[in-house]
Structure formats: structure tokens, C-alpha cells
Design a protein around this ligand. Structure first.
Ligand code: HEM
Length: 445
């Protein structure tokens, strides 16, 4: 009896070992109708996730991407958070990926941006800076994140800055932190917090939408009202669920991105006094030429900020706020002799483009003058994809440029500042400031 039991245990154990070996083999040698790009899929399931998230305390391309580019070239395979993936630092493949998709969103703000948003943004920046002046220290990243969330949440859903808007913002922050994580939904994991953040934020949005739907006398005041008008039509182009998703995407995509870029920008200005001097000169000239120095910014003034525009391009080039742009291959794709199998993820890798010394001389230098006399960028190009490219090009590009320019205008014309502490960056691979960036502001006059 004991011998039979031993045999049975041995047989089950052997079967499990064989199955595991087979599974591991299949993992590292997936079936494909063609030739996969070179690279390693790493350990079963875990893949190369640990290496992908390894912290990088610089603005440079992560060693995850750099090492593999050196070893395999600009197109390589890997596996991250349980998904096989092709990473592309190849301009042609990036371009191809961006061209191959359907349109999802349309720009929603242009007229508004000119007439109202510029003035509102300027007022918000001035008020925020005034509230910071006199404080011994302000943590810039969080301060900017709150300010920008309050501006965009007001435009989108009429949200007034209160304690509860802070909670809503935190739900979005939790959502963003868990965007690239193992889909393990147990308390404590980034994925769990991400899902919870989304659920809670959606609850608020849904409640607001229902309340407004039930009030036919409500006038159009913000973007949510525009959506509701559409939903009330006989044949609406979207459903309630799509409208809610769109509100959610717009809210989450708007504030952390710009806040992070601006924080890095102020740090770069602090470290590069020559740039700060040229920037200050541009903005002081604008104020000098005004009849009333305290008047609000005009659109003509904004459009005259040539050097500021170059500074913002240089900030977003170095910030690489979106370190990977993800897509899923819907069918087998042949490219440059490689096959990207259907169902695999493709990660377009903007830092590898923005920090390529063949495209940008001395790529880690903060040198806004490199953009002098270049034609205005209105979409992604093979060499500049901080805001993506193709049909899904960031709809918030202009808004984020307005936000950066108005904040910089209010900052450099009215204040000087000194670093109190922090300012170190870590990329995992998303940019973060682990100890914040604390500054103290001093009014200039
Ligand atoms: C420095 C600031 C910003 C950066 C670096 C940035 C970057 C990007 C990138 C790279 C994409 C393309 C993602 C993809 O192709 O998968 C994108 C898409 C998007 N961005 Fe931004 N963004 C910024 C600010 C904003 C702002 C202020 C808004 C708010 C209106 C916004 C809203 C969106 C939306 C809704 C999409 C999705 C577009 C689509 O899928 O069609 N972004 N952004």
C-alpha cells in the first residue's frame, strides 16, 4: 500500500515537473508565424518585470532599454507584468504604430482655450503662487498637481476646489500609479489601489452625471454638460458609459503629466541660470510693454513667447513623462524582417528617441536654443513624441503648453526662489520625485 502511494506521489510529482518544464519552454519559445525580434522573455510569468521597473535616478534612457538596444538593436522582445511585448526604439516602427489606429477622441477646447482658459489659468497660477509666497517651503510637485487638477476638474465637471476634490485627485493618483502593474487584485498591491481609485472616481462622476440628467433646467457650463446634451439627443453618438470613460480619461491624463513636467522644468531652470535669465527677460519685456502691468495675459502675448515655447519643448523632451506608449497587435505584423505576433503588446519607447545623440546633440543637456528656428510642432514626429503621435496624439498638448507658459510667466515676473530640499528624481520607469521638490518663494518687488 505504502509503495503504491509512493509511486502515485512520484508519478504526480514527475508529471508536475514535466508540465512545468513544458510550460516554461512554451513561455520562452512562443509559437509564431515568422521570426520574433531578438531579446529574452525572462522568467516564466515574471518575465523581465523587475529589470523594467528598476529605478533610474537620471534623465537618461533606462538601462533596461539601453542594454537591450546595445545587445539586440532598436526592436527587441521582452515580457513585462506577465505580457509578452515588443519594444520599439525604431523611428519607422514607431511611426507605423501611430498610423495604424482609429480615432478615439477629438480636441475639445480650442475656442475655449483662447477666450477663457488662458485668463482662468493665469488667475489660478497667480493665486497659487501668491498663496505660496511667505511660506517657509512648498512641495512643488504636489502643489502643482493640486492647482492643475482644480483648473481642469472645474472646466470638465465644474468641480470646485474643496477637501473632497483632494480626495477625487487622490483616487486618480492611485489609478495612475498602478497603470503598469501585475493584475493581482489583493489589498496592498498597486493594481488593487488602481482599481479602487478608478471605482471611487467613477462613482463621483456617475453621481454627478445622474444628478444633472435629472435636472432639465441646467444650463451648459462645462464639458460634462456638453456630454449630457449629446446623451439627451434622439440618436446620441455615445452611451453614458462611454461618456463617463471619456471624462475619466480626460481628468486622469491632464494633471499629473503637466505637474511632473513643470516640476522638472523648474528644477532644470534652477540648475541652468543662463536659461532662467533669458526666460525672465522674455517675460519681463511682455510686462514692460503692457499698459497695465497687472492686466491678464492676452493670447497675443502668449503667442509671442518664442523662447518659452522652446523651453517647454526642451522640458518635455527631457521629462519623458510617458516613458512607454503601449499598443496591442491585433494581427501578426511583419516589420523589418521580424514578426510581432497577434495579441502581443508593443511598447514605443520615446526616451530612446528623445535622448538619441544622433538626433539631439548632447542629449542630456537642457538647451532650449536647440529648438530655435525649428518649425512649430503640431503633432508627433519621428524625432519628437513626448505627446505621442498619429491619431491618438495627446489632445491636451496645447492646454499643457498654456499651463506651463502661464505658470512660468507668473513665476519669473513676480518671484525668485531657492531650493529648500529634495529635487532628486527616480524613474521606475515613470518619473517621480521621491523626496519631493521643496522650494521657498520670495516676491521680487
Ligand atoms: C506634459 C503634459 C502631457 C504629456 C507629456 C502628455 C503625453 C501624452 C501622450 C504621450 C499621449 C499618447 C498616449 C498614447 O498614444 O497611448 C497622450 C494622450 C492623451 N492625453 Fe496627454 N499629455 C500631457 C498633458 C495632457 C493634458 C493636459 C490633457 C488634458 C486634456 C491630456 C489628455 C490626453 C488624452 C485624453 C489622451 C488620449 C488621446 C487618445 O487616446 O486619443 N494630456 N498624452
Amino acid at each position: 500500500m505504502a509503495t503504491t502511494l509512493c509511486w502515485a506521489v512520484w508519478a504526480v510529482a514527475s508529471a508536475m515537473v514535466v508540465a512545468s518544464i513544458l510550460w516554461a519552454y512554451r513561455w520562452s519559445h512562443p509559437k509564431v508565424n515568422g521570426r520574433l525580434p531578438p531579446g529574452s522573455l525572462g522568467l516564466p510569468l515574471l518575465g523581465e518585470t523587475m529589470q523594467f521597473f528598476a529605478p533610474n535616478p537620471t534623465c537618461d534612457v533606462s538601462s533596461f532599454v539601453k542594454d537591450r538596444m546595445n545587445r539586440y538593436g532598436a526592436i527587441f522582445k521582452t515580457s513585462v507584468v506577465g505580457r509578452p511585448m515588443v519594444v520599439s526604439a525604431d523611428p519607422d516602427l514607431n511611426h507605423y504604430v501611430f498610423q495604424q489606429e482609429g480615432k478615439l477622441f477629438e480636441s475639445w477646447y480650442p475656442e475655449n482655450l483662447r477666450a477663457v482658459l488662458l485668463a482662468e489659468t493665469h488667475t489660478a497660477c497667480r493665486a497659487t503662487l501668491a498663496s505660496w509666497a511667505g511660506l517657509p517651503s512648498v512641495e512643488l510637485k504636489d502643489g502643482l498637481s493640486t492647482m492643475i487638477f482644480d483648473i481642469t476638474a472645474k472646466k470638465l465637471i465644474g468641480y470646485e476646489p474643496t477637501k473632497s476634490s483632494e480626495n477625487l485627485r487622490k483616487n486618480f493618483v492611485a489609478f495612475i500609479r498602478g497603470l503598469i502593474s501585475f493584475p493581482v487584485n489583493i489589498p496592498g498591491t498597486a493594481y488593487h489601489e488602481c482599481m479602487k481609485g478608478r471605482r471611487e472616481a467613477m462613482k463621483v462622476l456617475k453621481r454627478m452625471m445622474r444628478e444633472r440628467m435629472a435636472d432639465p433646467s441646467r444650463q451648459r457650463e462645462d464639458f460634462l454638460d456638453v456630454m449630457i446634451e449629446e446623451l439627451r439627443r434622439e440618436k446620441p453618438v455615445l452611451t453614458e458609459a462611454v461618456a463617463l470613460d471619456l471624462m475619466f480619461v480626460l481628468l486622469f491624463a491632464s494633471f499629473e503629466t503637466t505637474a511632473l513636467a513643470l516640476t522638472l522644468g523648474i528644477k532644470l531652470l534652477t540648475e541652468n541660470p543662463r536659461v532662467l535669465e533669458a526666460l525672465t527677460e522674455e517675460h519681463e519685456a511682455i510686462v514692460r510693454d503692457r499698459e497695465d502691468p497687472d492686466a491678464g495675459l492676452t493670447w497675443a502675448e502668449y503667442k509671442s513667447m518664442t523662447f518659452t515655447y522652446q523651453v517647454t519643448l526642451e522640458i518635455v523632451r527631457l521629462a519623458n513623462i510617458v516613458p512607454g506608449i503601449f499598443r496591442k497587435a491585433l494581427q501578426d505584423i511583419e516589420f523589418k524582417g521580424y514578426t510581432i505576433p497577434a495579441g502581443w503588446a508593443v511598447m514605443v519607447c520615446p526616451p530612446a528617441v528623445h535622448l538619441n545623440p544622433e538626433i539631439y546633440e548632447d542629449p542630456l543637456a537642457f538647451n532650449p536654443w536647440r529648438w530655435q528656428n525649428k518649425i512649430e510642432i503640431t503633432g508627433g514626429t519621428k524625432h519628437f513624441m513626448a505627446f505621442g503621435g498619429g491619431l491618438r496624439f495627446c489632445v491636451g498638448t496645447d492646454l499643457s503648453k498654456v499651463l506651463m507658459a502661464t505658470f512660468i510667466h507668473s513665476l519669473v515676473t513676480k518671484y525668485r526662489w531657492r531650493t529648500v530640499k529634495g529635487g532628486n528624481i527616480v524613474r521606475t520607469p515613470g518619473l517621480s520625485f521621491p523626496d519631493g521638490f521643496h522650494i521657498q518663494l520670495f516676491p521680487k518687488h
